[in-house]
Design a protein around this ligand. Structure first.
Ligand SMILES: *Cc1c(COP(=O)(O)O)cnc(C)c1O
Ligand SMILES: [Zn+2]
Length: 423
């Protein structure tokens, strides 16, 4: 089923049809895709969605995709899990995790946005695509471009994690390391997009890209049995994801697919790069750019494109934003893994640590239905756990050796726990 959609300026309302554009030429504000919800209302039902594929394309009627487009990258439809063991640790009673650490094909929520951006790229006739990236976007563009037979040029800050660089190059994409931070890389990509006729997923295709994030919101509502949560905790880099989950919920209400109710949005950042959280906390409307310094590289955008809208969405919803230190991020990665068996990357550490703090400070009440968004996979940022786990001496493959080994461990544990064997 096809949707009807076009670009519109967020501030002055000027309409642009459909084109590889992201900024209004009248007022220089960002453009956003408007889906014709009146048309969608006549055809989209819960049943029709449920009959769709078990991936994000089940919401195709609410996404900006050309009628003739045949999707070939089945991203999304990740688990929504109740998290009782983590909940107990942090004083929650009704906590869920949206687990995009296992989003396919490249293990982050960026697979969703890229699926829509590359559909638009093909619709506009681009044979070459690219992006500026803090890592996950690079992986997603590289993999999906390979599958779709598009050429890819990917620009990243030179100091990116080795795993994210390898996970881009393996797909045959051209990876260009830039001596600078993400904001330098992004500015260069804008200039390249103007000069070459290339589709940059987060530059000239950005309005289409951003719509892909809505599928996180649609899935949360559908997986909760077509209802909205009380609270959502979302990590913020450019600030797009949090605003699009909110847009998704509003669309579902407009379409009559869920009952209207207030949902509070909570933003999560690393203290070393927290321009949006800072704006929310200090109650100001503009974003003061920062120079990022944090292990949460995937969130390290010092001058966030959608920062103002993210801060506004949080404030309007009655939510809040918090930021956490690098030490807290690493502990939260370990805590999530130990309690719920989910290994997330640094961004998920940020979300988990912020979620814990929101309960500790009473900003979220224990009984409220809260969804914490885990957006990326820990296998991509193993460097932050370096030195955390000692490798024991190898023992011989004999039962007696094993028994000696176990006794030594027990003695060690007894020392640590003051003589009480906790097992
Ligand atoms: C990009 C990214 C985000 C944040 O997305 P924005 O829409 O830019 O705010 C969150 N988590 C991970 C793992 C990401 O890669
Ligand atoms: Zn405008």
């Amino acid at each position: 089923m096809a949707s009807s959609y076009e670009l519109q300026c967020r501030e002055c309302g000027k309409r642009y049809g459909n084109a590889p554009l992201s900024i209004c030429d009248e007022c220089f504000s960002p453009l956003e895709v408007q889906i014709d919800l009146d048309a969608a209302k006549k055809t989209v039902t819960r049943e029709i969605i449920a009959q769709g594929p078990t991936n994000m394309w089940r919401y195709r009627a609410l996404l900006p995709v050309a009628e003739k487009y045949v999707p070939r990258t089945p991203a999304g439809w990740t688990p929504l899990l109740k998290a009782p063991r983590l909940a107990e640790r942090i004083g929650a009673k009704n906590l869920y995790l949206k687990n995009d650490a296992v989003c396919l094909p490249t293990l982050s929520f960026k697979d969703r946005v890229v699926a829509i951006a590359l559909a638009a790229a093909q619709d506009f006739g681009f044979d070459t695509v690219g992006c500026s990236s803090t890592g996950n976007l690079a992986n997603a563009v590289a993999a999906q471009a390979a599958r779709l037979g598009l050429k890819a040029y990917i620009l990243v800050p030179a100091d990116l994690e080795a795993a994210k660089i390898l996970n881009t190059q393996v797909y045959g994409a051209n990876l260009i390391r830039i001596d600078g931070n993400y904001d330098h890389v992004n500015r260069l990509c804008s200039q390249i997009a103007d000069r070459f006729r290339w589709g940059f997923v987060n530059v000239n295709l950005r309005p289409y890209y951003a719509e892909g994030s809505k599928t996180v919101g649609y899935e949360i509502a559908e997986q909760l049995g077509w209802r909205l949560p009380d609270n959502v905790v979302v990590p913020m880099a450019g600030g797009s994801l949090i605003t699009k989950i909110r847009k998704a919920f509003k669309e579902l209400v407009t379409l009559g697919l869920v009952e209207d109710k207030p949902v509070r949005f909570f933003g999560a950042q690393a203290t070393g790069c927290s321009p949006i959280a800072k704006a929310v906390k200090s109650g100001v409307d503009h974003i003061e750019p920062q120079r990022p310094s944090t292990i949460a590289r995937s969130l390290a955008i010092g001058n966030p494109a959608d920062g103002v809208y993210a801060a506004r969405a949080i404030r309007e919803s009655g939510g809040w934003a918090e930021d956490v230190s690098d030490v807290e991020i690493v502990s939260a990665i370990q805590e999530l893994a130990e309690t719920e068996g989910i290994f997330t990357e640094t961004a998920g550490g940020v979300t988990t640590a912020v979620t814990a703090r929101l309960y500790a400070h009473g900003r979220i009440k224990p009984d409220e239905l809260t969804v914490s968004c885990i957006t990326g996979n820990g296998l991509k940022t193993t460097d932050v756990l370096q030195g955390k786990y000692e490798q024991s001496q190898a023992i011989r493959p004999r039962l007696t050796d094993f028994e000696t080994y176990i006794n030594e461990i027990k003695e060690l544990n007894e020392l640590v726990t003051g003589g009480v064997d906790v097992r």
